[in-house]
Design a protein around this ligand. Structure first.
Ligand code: DX5
Ligand code: ZN
Length: 223
């Protein structure tokens, strides 16, 4: 059994059939369900929000992995928790008081995540790393599914993983954007434990089989 986790992004699903898509994922080997919330301000796109998350929560057997691409995320932490989020990830670039926001998330009983845009160095997290359960390393500029993976991200994953190991922390590294079967091995070998995949899962004839293929990927050594 592979130790890495797959978090399919619902952004690429058929929204006319969202219930069926979630049920299909329930029966697949998907570990988490990734939900991308976009506000048209932090990112140049608007996706969905609380009502969709509440609806999905009613039928999902997977933990809801909520990625907030919104300004002032601290205003909405309890709302997203009440809607059913099991992990709440805020963007480093959207938080003036990141340490406070991370603790606000933890107080709701969820995993606290931070996402980093492609231009943001991982070192900005080093003074709060003990407080972070999950780092979402953006390997595209956030806002849209189906973009091309930025290969420079591999070096960032390696640097962060090294730091996490040196400090003996359990912080998970999740990679989001342009992830596919062709680059998953390199991403996992660099030190990631969780793969988000939107387009690579939903734009295939058999998404469940694709998720299985993601799970079967053999991991090399990241050092
Ligand atoms: C992008 C989102 C991603 C997106 C990934 O801003 O955060 O989660 O859905 O889609 P793919 O896997 O198609 O790049
Ligand atoms: Zn995402």
């Amino acid at each position: 059994m592979s130790p890495h986790l797959i978090s399919p992004s619902l952004l690429s699903c058929d929204f006319l059939k969202i219930g069926e898509e979630v049920k299909m994922l329930n029966e697949s080997k998907a570990d988490w369900l990734h939900l991308d919330v976009m506000d048209g301000s932090f990112v140049p796109n608007i996706s969905f929000g609380l009502p969709i998350i509440s609806a999905v929560k009613k039928i999902s057997r997977m933990p809801l992995d909520v990625h907030l691409m919104i300004v002032n995320p601290e205003k909405y932490i309890s709302d997203f928790r009440n809607a059913g989020a099991d992990h709440i990830t805020v963007h480093y670039e959207a938080c003036t008081h990141l340490h406070r926001t991370l603790h606000q998330i933890k107080e709701t009983g969820t995993l606290a995540g931070v996402a980093l845009n492609p231009h943001t160095p991982v070192e900005v997290l080093f003074d709060v790393l003990e407080d972070v359960d999950l780092v979402i390393m953006m390997s595209v500029n956030p806002g849209f599914g189906g973009q091309k993976f930025i290969y420079r991200s591999l070096d960032k994953i390696k640097r962060l993983r090294k730091e996490i190991i040196e400090r003996n922390l359990n912080t998970l590294i999740e990679v989001d954007g342009g992830v596919g079967l062709q680059n998953a091995e390199a991403i996992l070998s660099a030190g990631a434990q969780v793969l988000v995949a939107g387009n690579a899962v939903f734009n295939t004839p058999d998404p469940s089989k694709t998720i299985h293929q993601f799970k079967m990927i053999e991991i090399g050594n990241f050092v």
